[in-house]
Design a binder for this molecule. Structure first.
Ligand SMILES: [Cu+2]
Length: 244
């Protein structure tokens, strides 16, 4: 009798453990072959007059940082209205082409600005933080899901590598230069794109279906739409973001 009870308990424990694994894997993405993949071509535009770029005030290390005028890159709108550096994702997509982790996404500190201003990559990828300036930079992330990165990088330390394991949009600042700001965007699956200078983006090899498509921009926030991706066809999406 006791033996039977013990077995039942063990069975219950195993069942509980399986539930735990299953719920832990609830957000897990499954990669595999995609049949008749379609594409999403789109544009992200600004609703209003493109704002002028603000020149940054350089208060330190002027010999290196003040060699060229620096501008606030948090909202770059082209004369045609296109918004650069917006990230477009299909966050609910659970199954599609395999995730290709990136090893060494370059995030440079050059002329006391981050170059590029924003990088996007699948979560689990590794960032190569470079110090091209030869002066002290001190990277400090405002992560909430991933561990905070807070590391001084003296001029002689050319590279620091950091892996961002979980999906998150992370603001990056420099504790040595208060005007430096950049972003790391860790996407939950391989379906993400960063808009070009004219706000254009393209996402390819999407399994045919209906999805929620999301755009995120650091100053303008998030907007969502529904998109129907046809088999071996192209869906067009236009996002219009309002100033806030
Ligand atoms: Cu710095």
């Amino acid at each position: 009798m006791f033996e039977r009870f013990r077995k039942r308990l063990t069975g219950a424990a195993i069942a509980l453990a399986m539930v735990a694994v299953a719920s832990g894997a609830a957000g897990a993405y499954q990669g595999g072959a995609v049949a008749n993949g379609g594409a999403i071509d789109g544009v992200v535009v600004y609703d209003g007059t493109p704002p002028p770029m603000k020149r940054l005030e350089i208060s330190k290390d002027r010999d290196v940082c003040g060699a060229h005028p620096l501008y606030d890159q948090s909202l770059m709108v082209a004369p045609d209205g296109g918004i650069a550096n917006a990230v477009v994702t299909l966050p609910d997509l659970q199954k599609g082409e395999p995730i290709k982790l990136l090893e060494g996404v370059v995030f440079d500190q050059k002329g006391c600005q981050y170059a590029p201003h924003l990088i996007a990559f699948p979560a689990g990828s590794t960032i190569k933080i470079i110090n091209s300036d030869g002066i002290l930079h001190s990277i400090h992330t405002e992560s909430t899901i991933n561990p905070v990165v807070d590391m001084a990088q003296p001029g002689f330390k050319k590279t620091i590598s950091v892996t961002v394991a979980k999906p998150e949009a992370i603001k990056v600042t420099c504790d040595a230069h208060n005007w430096m700001e950049g972003w790391w965007y860790a996407a939950p699956n391989p379906y993400y794109a960063v808009t070009d200078a004219h706000g254009r983006f393209s996402i390819r090899n999407v399994p045919p279906g209906t999805y929620m498509i999301e755009v995120w921009q650091e100053k303008l926030g998030t907007a969502r739409e529904q998109v129907v991706v046809p088999a071996a066809g192209v869906a067009n999406v236009k996002f219009t973001l309002k100033p806030r």
